[in-house]
Design a protein around this ligand. Sequence first.
Ligand SMILES: N[C@@H](CCC(=O)N[C@@H](CS)C(=O)NCC(=O)O)C(=O)O
Length: 202
Amino acid sequence: MKLYTAPATPFGRTVEMVAHELGVHGDLTIVPTVVAPTKENEEYRAVAPLRKIPALELDDGSVITDSPLICEYLAYSAGNTSLFAAGTANEWPVKAAYAVARGMADCGVALRYETFLRPEALRWDQWIADQKLKLVSGVEYFAARVPPLADTVTVADLSLAAALGYIDFRFSSLNWREGRAELAQWFAGMEGRASFRATKPN
Ligand SMILES: N[C@@H](CCC(=O)N[C@@H](CS)C(=O)NCC(=O)O)C(=O)O
């Protein structure tokens, strides 16, 4: 299988962490892929019509886009859906937390595009402030319900770790740890996981 991704994407990172946790990362051929809004990449558009990373190309040539679907595919095809707590009472809480965590990544990436890619004269300060507010609101959400420090993790934990790692990587001035010692301690535990260390952006 080919995984089209890049080192800095929190969505691709979540997929790679999931693959590591499932023990199937070795089955992936990583295809480094450069994408950005307003930048055409015809070659990759032929693979993924919306030109977003990550995308997973299966050995039969079919392609799965959108990181949650890719994570689900990897879990189901590995025959291990415990990351999704599938079939347990925790399944929907995990999926709900995963949605918030990857929504934080959406805000982070949008903020990055607005503050880095968009021509300076076109930047919209209120929009930037609102994305920051949403990011911080996501951090608050998880600070109020810190996941247990456990040996077993869920896809929501991995996605949250990727989102917080992205904030550290791109927006460290947000100081998200301040006043949130418990969440910071949880994140420090996630930082120690092999899947997190193996996928650190550079
Ligand atoms: N919902 C998608 C979001 C993927 C996404 O937005 N990826 C960014 C990179 S982090 C991207 O491809 N941006 C290029 C673009 O929007 O044109 C997922 O979870 O995979």
